[in-house]
Ligand binder design. Sequence first.
Ligand SMILES: [Zn+2]
Length: 287
Amino acid sequence: MRRLALAVLAGPFAFARGAPAKAGLLIFFVALLTVITQIGGLVLWLCVPACAWLNNRLGDRNSALRHGACLGLSAAAYLGASVATIPLAGAFGRAPLDCGLTDAATYGPRTIWTCLLNRHYATLPARQALQKVSAELSADFKGPWVTYLDAGFPFFDWFPMFPHISHGDGRKIDLALVHIYDAVTPSPIGYWGFVQPRPGDPQPCDGREGWLRWNMAWLQPLLPEIELDVRRTAALLGALAQDREVRRILIEPHLQRRLGVDYPGIRFQGCRAARHDDHIHVEFAAK
Ligand SMILES: [Zn+2]
C-alpha cells in the first residue's frame, strides 16, 4: 500500500534516476496536457504508475504491445476522467456546453476537439443565455448554426486558459463569425482566419500592434476564401447584445461597421489583445 502511494505521488519522477530522458519527456507532456486540457496532466501523472504496473504484468512481450496497452489505458483514463468531470464541475458552478452531437442541439463547437479537450465549460447563466439566443436564431434562420470556439475549463476561476487572457472564470465564450453556405469558418479551429478590413475601414491598430495581436499572415493564403454572412453574424451580435446576461462583446471596429450593429455592450478590445475579426468574444454576467 505504501509502495503504491509512493508510486502515485512520484508519477513521472519515478524514472528520474533510471531513465531521466523518459522522465523529462513525461513531465513535459504532463505540463502540456495541463495547459491544454486542465485535467489531462493529472490523468497522465496517475497513468505513469499504472502503466509501469501493466508493463510488469506483460513481462517481456514486444514493446509495441506494451506501448499500445499503455496508450490505450491512458486514453481510456482520460475519457473516463472527462465524463466524471461533468458532475464535479457542477460543484464549481460550471456545466459543459452542448457538443452538438444530437439533432436537438441549436448550437455546437466548431470542432469536436473543443469538447474532447474540456475547453467547453461555462457558468450556468452563460450556458443558459447561449442556449436561449441560439434557439431563437435557429428558429428565425432555419436550422442551427451558432458555433462556439473556446469557452472555459471545468475547474477554478484562477486557472488560465492559454492563449486567452481572460477565459479562466467560465463567463467568457468565443463564438465563430458566420460565413455563407455551410462552411462555418475558413480555419478548421475557428481562430486565425481573419475577415480583413477593406480600404477606408477603421484600423486603430495600424502601426501600434501589441505582441498579443497575431496577424498570422503566413496562414491567410492557405485558408479557403469564404464570404462572411453579414445577415446572420449581425443577427447573432444583435441578439447577444440585447440579452440581459451578456455584459460585453468584443469585436474589431471595421467588422462592427460592416455589420451595422451598434449596441452599448459591443466594444473594441484594444490593440494589446488578440484580433477579433476571426471570432466574437462574449462575456456573460457574474454567477
Ligand atoms: Zn475570448
